[in-house]
Design a protein. Structure first.
Length: 87
C-alpha cells in the first residue's frame, strides 16, 4: 500500500512539474511574440515617418527649384525685353 501511494504521489509530482514547465514555455512564447510584434510595429512606424519626411523634403526641394527657375526666367526675359523695371 505504501509503495502504491508513493508511486501515485510521484506521478502527481511529475504531472505538476510538466504542467509548470508547459506554463513557463507558453508564457515565454507569448512574451517573445509580443516583443516581436512590438518591434515590427516600431520598425513600421519608423519607416513610415522616414518616408513621410523624405517625401516632404523632396516636395520642398521641387517647389524651391521651380520658384527659382521661374524667377530666373522672369528676370532674364524682362532684361532681354528692355521694358519697365519690375516694381
Amino acid at each position: 500500500m505504501a509503495l502504491g501511494t508513493i508511486s501515485i504521489s510521484n506521478v502527481v509530482v511529475v504531472i505538476a512539474l510538466v504542467v509548470v514547465v508547459v506554463e513557463v514555455v507558453v508564457v515565454a512564447v507569448v512574451f517573445v511574440v509580443v516583443v516581436v510584434v512590438v518591434v515590427v510595429v516600431v520598425v513600421v512606424v519608423v519607416v513610415v515617418v522616414v518616408v513621410v519626411v523624405v517625401v516632404v523634403v523632396v516636395v520642398v526641394v521641387v517647389v524651391v527649384v521651380v520658384v527659382v527657375v521661374v524667377v530666373v526666367v522672369v528676370v532674364v526675359v524682362h532684361s532681354r525685353m528692355k521694358i519697365l523695371p519690375l516694381s
